[in-house]
Design a protein around this ligand. Structure first.
Ligand code: G
Ligand code: G
Ligand code: MN
Ligand code: NA
Length: 254
């Protein structure tokens, strides 16, 4: 309960901030997009990671103002990056299952996208597998509406949930993010190599883009490139960092 109080306070006192982690084109190492990841900066300046407060925020409804803050911040930041010459960049926003019950969610997102004057096709929403498994009609409607507005839809942490591959066929998904647990022990762990290979083939055959998460070594990049997985994210390229560090990275690679 104490934590709820502190979180409520943090939201109202604007102690939240957004970090960004690059999504990288593996062959060229160019940054193609950024994932927005919320951080809580406590009174003493220490950073509280989302794992420690997102579940609580979901249970208390605080996820709604938090998500509104993250989107507003991230969309305005993307607009700035577009304006300084990086028009191709996209932004990915994590959306929790709890938010999908809001009937106005897509309209609310689109209003913010339009206000920030960014093209909807540069916005990607990341949903975890759980959302697909629940198979609630409102979720299906949400996903179709997202696509009709021209935004992209990714399945985050792919492969760790109770996967039914049928949802890849039934939902209008544009990309899959291979969970980092499969990438961690590549290329040496044979089971992980087999699973990753299978996900790559699946995505290719279904015409869905693939992003490998948690890339930390050059060997992993080599493995993925040989199997034609073209995009990745991970500490090898950059940890999640504040916007100004992303601007520096962008200018370095230009
Ligand atoms: O940034 P980090 O890797 O610690 O993130 C941990 C988890 O918190 C990730 O699974 C991510 O999806 C989730 N998360 C981070 N930022 C947000 C956010 O703005 N909204 C939601 N719903 N989840 C987030
Ligand atoms: O579930 P989601 O993918 O949204 O979570 C992103 C989280 O994964 C972030 O909190 C980020 O810190 C973490 N992450 C990103 N890249 C790496 C990596 O290369 N290694 C590890 N261990 N964690 C990573
Ligand atoms: Mn994510
Ligand atoms: Na993930």
């Amino acid at each position: 309960l104490e934590l709820v109080k502190r979180l409520r306070h943090a939201v109202s006192k604007q102690q939240l901030t957004v970090y960004y982690q690059p999504k990288v084109e593996l062959s060229s190492r160019r940054i193609s997009g950024l994932e927005a990841l919320v951080r809580w900066v406590d009174e003493d300046g220490s950073i509280i990671p989302p794992d420690e407060f997102i579940p609580l925020a979901e249970d208390t409804g605080l996820i709604i103002p938090i998500s509104e803050y993250v989107m507003e911040e991230a969309f305005l930041q993307l607009k700035q990056w577009h304006d300084i010459g990086f028009e191709e960049l996209s932004i990915a926003i994590n959306i929790s299952g709890k938010q999908l019950h809001l009937p106005e969610l897509v309209d609310d997102i689109m209003e913010r996208v339009n206000e920030a004057q960014i093209p909807p096709n540069k916005v990607e929403l990341e949903l975890t597998e759980q959302v697909f498994i629940e198979n609630i009609q409102s979720h299906t409607r949400f996903m179709h509406s997202v696509r009709e507005h021209g935004m992209s839809l990714a399945i985050d942490d792919f492969g760790v949930g109770y996967s039914s591959l049928s949802y890849l066929k039934n939902f209008p998904v544009t990309s899959l993010k291979v969970d980092r647990s499969f990438v961690k022990d590549l290329p040496h762990n044979e089971d992980d190599a087999t699973i990753t290979q299978a996900i790559i083939s699946l995505a290719r055959n279904l015409n869905i883009q693939l992003v490998a998460e948690g890339i930390e070594t050059e060997e992993q990049v080599e493995f993925l490139l040989q199997r034609e997985c073209s995009t990745g994210q991970g500490f090898l390229f950059s940890k999640p960092v504040p916007a100004r560090q992303i601007t520096q990275l962008l200018q370095q690679y230009k």
